[in-house]
Write a protein that binds this ligand. Structure first.
Ligand code: SAM
Length: 365
């Protein structure tokens, strides 16, 4: 006997078919999906939203991902690299404004000099905040020793999107060479967990050739890997990338936006106690995009605190929001928006993933 949509939403276990149905829901079913995910969010992670002040400290990248505006081969980008003082200054802003945590992100580089620089920065940031600022890093694929060194220097959360959990599909959006191997990305996630990080991953939504079944499998992948936190958002085309040649295969931007909300809602229903970020890319499509994601399941937001003059150059995709604002402007604006979404801001708190705490208590780490 086949289950009604409401019965599907109230199950404890979800099949690939159930998830595909949730992702394809429209009308009343879609409203039911969002109502159920909000209810689960309230029950398992509450009303609080936690900040990760985002510092995009360099757009220099060794990789050539076919979708990304800061890929190595894009000669149109002004490359920048913030000074250590600018990075520590942005971290100090986050600390003094009670953000609780920062996230350090850059293009992907692997070198002893880069490793050493990041370690030094992590120690400095811990130092100026009396150990109180939580630090997430998102610095791509590295060796186990590098992950360990950064963990010991003070980073405790790591975000590495798998981009797509299907190895064949992954190959369609990356160059075929040693720098872009699916297997290494997957292995990196395992190494991060082994090192002791709260480990985050995620995918892009609405890529050319991607199906609802691919996305349902991505959600199951996140569950099976026992991931603690997720950042996922819509794919937004960038004219200076090879994937732009497939723009004619894309679903409209607003549909990508809606599908991203359904991914957030379905993930919240599938894994109830993880941290889910409201991706910045949502805001590139809808000015209230992140707040909408918060309403239906997300509980993390990453206000951009990169010094304003550099923000334009970290253009992963077209129409990236808030590139002209200062960190101060963003703060007031975001607070007002989150109030509208009925969320409380967890000022001064790390807002660690409850899923991680449980994994820890069970001794899985
Ligand atoms: N290099 C680091 C890494 O891969 O972990 C972090 C920087 S990378 C630019 C951050 C994320 O941007 C990627 O994981 C990817 O999902 C996202 N991204 C890149 N191009 C995008 C696009 N055109 N649309 C939406 N998201 C994009």
């Amino acid at each position: 006997m086949s289950l009604s949509f409401s019965e599907i939403l109230h199950q404890e276990q979800f099949s690939r078919n159930d998830l595909t149905r949730m992702l394809g829901s429209e009308g009343e079913d879609r409203s039911m999906l969002f109502a159920r995910s909000s209810e689960i969010k309230q029950k398992f992670v509450g009303n609080k939203v936690f900040y990760r002040g985002l510092i995009e400290f360099s757009n220099i990248c060794a990789k050539d991902c076919l979708y990304c505006g800061i890929r190595k081969s894009n000669g149109e980008v002004d490359r920048y690299n913030l000074s250590d003082d600018e990075i520590v200054g942005a971290a100090r802003f986050a600390y003094e404004n009670n953000y609780g945590s920062i996230a350090l992100q850059s293009g992907e580089l692997e070198s002893p000099a880069f490793t050493e620089r990041v370690s030094k920065l992590l120690r400095k940031i811990k130092n100026i905040s009396d150990g109180k600022l939580g630090i997430t890093i998102s610095l791509g694929e590295q060796n186990e020793e590098v992950y360990r060194e950064w963990f010991e220097a003070g980073a405790h959360r790591y975000l590495l999107r798998i981009e797509s959990s299907n190895p064949d599909f992954y190959r369609t959006i990356h160059p075929q060479d040693d720098l872009h191997r699916f297997e290494r990305r997957l292995e990196s996630l395992r190494l991060l967990q082994k090192t002791g990080y709260q480990t985050g991953t995620g995918v892009m939504i609405g890529l050319p050739g991607q199906t609802l079944a691919h996305l349902a499998d991505d959600l199951l992948f996140i569950r099976d890997l026992d991931i603690d936190m997720v950042g996922m958002g819509p794919y937004i085309e960038h004219a200076n990338t090879p994937l732009a040649s497939r723009n004619n295969e894309l679903i409209p931007l607003l549909d990508r936006f809606d599908l991203s909300l359904k991914m957030v809602a379905s993930l919240r229903i599938l894994i109830k106690d993880i941290n889910i970020a409201a991706a910045t890319a949502l805001q590139a499509i809808d000015p209230l995009g992140r707040e909408k994601a918060i309403k239906i399941g997300a509980n993390i937001i990453m206000p951009n605190i990169t010094p304003g003059m550099y923000r334009d150059s970290y253009s992963l995709y077209e129409n990236k929001p808030c590139t002209d604002d200062s960190a101060e402007d963003c703060k007031g604006c975001l607070e007002a928006r989150l109030n509208l979404a009925d969320a409380d801001i967890g000022y001064g708190e790390w807002g660690d993933s409850p899923h991680f705490a449980l994994r820890n208590a069970k001794g899985d780490i």
